[in-house]
Design a protein around this ligand. Structure first.
Ligand SMILES: [Fe+2]
Length: 178
């Protein structure tokens, strides 16, 4: 539901990237990294390393120079650094700035599904309705550039479990949790 609200309130031009929920796990002040660098600070045994590659383009199809991509994903144990005392702060986070080709290249892990906390109101809402608290694997992005509207979005793994039941989490977040 909350993603639907985002879409209805989205007034950017047709053809622009559809915004999605911000989510509760963004952290201000992620380190700036060089294009092509890895966001993996703490390697884990079952890391499946991949490279995220794409371009930031304007509505006219031209690359945008100087766009920042503030991105975050969980470690391969399914936890963000802020929920895992064993991870270094800012593990799996970084801010990347595009060059004149608008291209981004980020080394990370293939996103894994994770569970939102099940012990709060969101968990209660989900479980009382017979739903689960898993999210499909995804990477979060906030993309910003001078003269352009900032967009927050996710990249999902098309082969991830739980993609077809994502609405459960959306409904829960509409209630303000987690
Ligand atoms: Fe997330």
């Amino acid at each position: 539901m909350s993603m639907l609200v985002e879409m209805i309130n989205h007034v950017a031009a047709e053809g622009s990237t559809e915004p999605t929920v911000f989510g509760p796990f963004h952290v201000e002040g992620a380190p700036h990294r060089e294009m092509g660098d890895s966001i993996i600070v703490d390697s884990m045994e079952n890391d499946y390393e991949i490279t995220f590659v794409g371009h930031v383009l304007g509505l006219d199809g031209n690359p945008i120079e100087g766009a920042t991509l503030d991105e975050w994903e969980t470690a391969s144990n399914g936890f963000y650094d802020v929920h895992d005392g064993d991870q270094t702060a800012m593990n799996m986070r970084g801010i990347f700035t595009t060059g004149s080709d608008g291209r981004y290249e980020i080394r990370g892990i293939r996103p894994v599904p994770y569970q939102i906390p099940g012990d709060g109101p969101a968990g209660g809402l989900l479980f009382e309705n017979g739903r689960h608290n898993w999210r499909p694997g995804h990477m979060h992005f906030v993309v910003a550039a001078p003269g352009h509207k900032t967009v927050m979005t996710h990249l999902f793994d098309a082969a991830s479990d739980y993609l077809d039941s994502e609405d459960a989490w959306e409904d829960a977040e509409a209630f303000g949790e987690p």
